[in-house]
Design a protein around this ligand. Structure first.
Ligand code: NAD
Length: 252
């Protein structure tokens, strides 16, 4: 499979869950991977898995909340590869709190990781993406961008903002040959959601509300990201794919 043959791809937060699955799927399609995570051990684990399967992967520890880390990461990409073809802004956190009880620290953590992180990565990667003949950015949003769940208001705000960011940056970057899109996953079984899904009532209610009567897997999301990052999506920019098994279709 060669949809991403020889493309240099950077996936943030690729040490686990959805990010790891995206990196693995990219590799299956021929991409050369830069695996970012705040946790170097987890990033190395993903890189090892890819190499064991015959792919090429290189781990970089960086906190997307830190401008110094992000600039250093892009410098490393520049010196190692000279170009970046694909950037996936996947790193994210859920900080649970009622809105009225959010303190400054929780607010900053949420905004910094989920919104300023992608803004920073896009800005700092621009010069490298501009060198590419196939520049593509895929931002990982969430169905929460358009839905309400108790204690997740700020998470929803960051994901709705990611979608607005996608549209505006897509227009500005189009003359440089860089496409910008997002995927909005439904409920996927990962480290991030394990606490929620441990509650059988919540889990069953989610499944019941989903048209396909099942939860998604990281691989379902990865396939959509691979499509948006590939030449098959060459005329698609500034938009998104909801990958949720139909959970956003019905009120009840
Ligand atoms: P996860 O917790 O399994 O993975 C997130 C990864 O990001 C972790 O490896 C973590 O170490 C890394 N990370 C966190 N903060 C970071 C930082 N500051 N810098 C660099 N790396 C950092 O979660 P996941 O479910 O795989 O989530 C991945 C993305 O998908 C997130 O953006 C999340 O909001 C989004 N998402 C997840 C779901 C779901 O149901 N799991 C649904 C919709 C959207």
């Amino acid at each position: 499979m060669t949809r991403l043959a020889e493309r240099i791809a950077l996936v943030t937060g690729a040490g686990s869950g959805i990010g790891r699955a995206i990196a693995q799927d990219f590799s299956v399609h021929g991409a050369r991977l830069i695996i970012n995570d705040i946790d170097l051990e987890k990033a190395e684990e993903t890189a090892d898995l890819i190499r064991q399967a015959g792919g090429e992967a290189y781990a970089i520890q960086a906190d997307v909340c830190s401008i110094n880390d992000v600039t250093a990461m892009m410098e490393e990409v520049k010196s190692k590869f000279g170009v970046l073809d694909i950037l996936v802004n996947n790193a994210g956190v859920i900080v649970r709190s009622d809105f009225r009880h959010m303190d400054e620290e929780k607010t900053q953590q949420s905004l910094e990781t989920n919104l300023n992180g992608p803004i920073r990565c896009i800005r700092e990667a621009f010069a490298l993406l501009q060198q590419s003949q196939h520049g593509a950015i895929v931002n990982v949003s969430s169905v929460m961008a358009i839905q309400y769940l108790r204690q997740l208001s700020l998470y929803s705000v960051t994901k709705a903002s990611i979608e607005a960011l996608t549209r505006t940056v897509a227009f500005e970057f189009a003359p440089y040959g860089i496409r910008v899109n997002y995927v909005a996953p439904g409920y996927i079984d990962t480290k991030m959601t394990e606490k929620f899904l441990r509650n059988p009532h919540f889990k069953n209610a989610l499944i019941e509300k989903t048209a396909q009567k099942r939860l998604g897997t990281p691989q379902h999301i990865a396939k959509a990201v691979t499509f948006l990052a590939s030449g098959d999506a060459e005329f698609i920019t500034g938009t998104g794919l909801t990958v949720d098994g139909g959970i956003t279709l019905s009120i009840l």
